[in-house]
Design a protein. Structure first.
Length: 491
């Protein structure tokens, strides 16, 4: 078991600030690059097909290494992995900023994804370990959830401003002071912890299998729109990814010291929360992309204006998650709060299905964003609390990495599916003689209707899969995950 040195009450919130600063830097990088892609293409001579790798290289490394990074945090110490991740991410940001060729930038973006995965995967585990008092933990998770969700909107604005006012290089250089400061502060304020040691889970074969499976899976998803979901390439790579994942599961069932002990899935809340989260984040990732396209391609907004248009949802998420979520989680069953938040999100998507081709932001877009912000502000901290509720101290990094992996893979799949549905519907409407604005809006309507259906499905899963005992932190504590010795004794 990792050894843990108790923190003083006064040092907990500065520690949360450092963890959130690292999280914000990583989250920002996921969206800040998108606005600068045209400038990067013209400056470095990217072809249109290769330009997507500026985003994909990061996503593949990030999504593929989250689970492994979370387990390494349990084995080597979460503080060590977090600081190392910040260092790798910051150094890679410098390499991105000074890149003079497409190959160099793509390689540096992959390295950024490695560092981002290491820093992100262990953050939740550290928050759970630091904030042991239930009410404080709920507040801390709410702050963490707000930072993660707000970072995406801030990244769109920051990317547009930095690219237009200075140059695209500065979307990467801005990470340097943040990363250095966060790493130095982390060394001072983070609680020293000793991992269980590599001998407790140094499954090199399992690590290779799961990393290859996740990286290949993310690659297949992000490239499916280019080759088609039913193409031989997509189906073949998808089948190979599933086969590698099946091999990993079989390996974990037989390994003496597995990388991912399958016993964690005996917790109905851990398994159920990850399932609900996968269904929930799929439309959440997709709607940000599609609403941005609606604002730009139908209403004529520029990049900066699009970013500003998303500020209300950021404010709604902040107000709900910081001032309301913890109180509701403390008063009601987690399952009840989660189901209510998903219904709010479904209502927001229903409003988006009514966006007109000649719409106005205040009358048509803003109400949907506010409803979605309120729902997300409740859903994100609640699902995070559920996913981490039964994690033991020795497995909190792994459970944290699992939750982050579910979020990234589910989000990537949702974005790919919703954007493909929208594009296919738009092409059909254009072929039937509709004007461009009407055809684009019709495509978005189909995607948003699908998103509403997924939110309702997540609400149904919440009501049926999550167990009744998944109550607020003030209720009786859930039964902890069984350790390996207990599991063997029962067998």
């Amino acid at each position: 078991m990792p050894q843990h040195v108790p923190m003083t009450v006064g040092s907990r919130w500065p520690t949360l600030f450092v963890l959130c600063a690292g999280t914000l830097m990583v989250i920002l990088d996921g969206t800040i690059v998108n606005v600068a892609l045209p400038s990067i293409q013209s400056d470095l001579g990217f072809s249109q097909s290769n330009l997507t790798w500026v985003v994909n290289a990061y996503l593949i490394a990030f999504g593929g290494l989250l689970l492994l990074s979370g387990r390494l945090g349990d084995l080597l110490g979460r503080k060590r992995v977090f600081i190392t991740g910040l260092g790798v991410f910051t150094a890679a940001s410098l390499l991105c900023g000074v890149s003079t060729s497409p190959g160099t930038l793509i390689a540096a973006r992959f390295l950024q994804g490695v560092g981002g995965a290491m820093a992100s995967a262990v953050t939740l585990g550290m928050i759970v370990a630091i904030f042991t008092e239930p009410r404080e933990r709920s507040k801390a998770i709410a702050v963490y959830s707000f930072v993660g969700s707000a970072g995406a909107s801030i990244g769109v604005i920051a990317g547009g401003v930095l690219t237009q006012v200075i140059s695209w290089h500065w979307i990467f250089f801005v990470n340097l002071p943040i990363g250095v400061a966060a790493a130095l502060l982390a060394g001072r304020v983070l609680d020293p912890d000793q991992g269980a040691g590599l001998r407790r889970g140094a499954d090199a074969i399992g690590a290779a299998l799961v990393t290859a499976a996740l990286m290949l899976g993310v690659y297949t998803i992000v490239k499916a729109a280019d080759f088609g979901w039913a193409s031989a390439r997509t189906l073949g790579l998808g089948a190979l990814s599933v086969a590698l994942l099946a091999g990993f599961v079989l390996r974990q069932a037989r390994a003496a010291q597995p990388l991912l002990p399958l016993r964690i899935f005996r917790s109905r809340n851990v398994s159920g929360a990850n399932l609900v989260q996968a269904v929930m984040v799929a439309p959440m990732f997709g709607f940000q992309f599609l609403v941005a396209l609606y604002l730009q391609r139908v209403l004529g907004y520029d990049a900066v204006g699009t970013g500003i248009a998303f500020l209300p949802i950021t404010l709604a998420i902040g107000a709900t998650s910081l001032f309301l979520a913890a109180r509701l989680i403390a008063r009601f069953a987690l399952r009840t709060v989660m189901a209510a938040s998903l219904l709010l999100l479904a209502g927001g998507f229903v409003l988006l299905t009514r966006l007109p081709a000649q719409g106005a932001y205040g009358a048509h877009v803003l109400p949907a964003l506010l409803l979605l912000g309120a729902g997300a502000g409740l859903a994100l901290p609640t699902i995070t609390t559920l996913a981490m509720a039964d994690a033991t101290p020795g497995d909190s990094g792994l459970v944290s990495g699992l939750a982050s992996t579910t979020q990234q893979v589910g989000g990537a799949l949702g974005l790919a599916v919703l954007s493909t549905l929208a594009a296919s519907r738009t092409d059909h409407l254009l072929g039937s003689g509709q004007d461009t604005a009407t055809a684009l809006t019709g495509g978005y309507h189909l995607a948003f209707a699908t998103g509403a259906g997924l939110m309702l499905a997540a609400a149904l899963l919440t009501a049926t899969v999550l167990r009744t005992g998944g109550r607020s932190p003030h209720a009786a504590p859930a039964e902890p995950l069984p350790d390996q010795h207990t599991a063997r004794a029962k067998r």
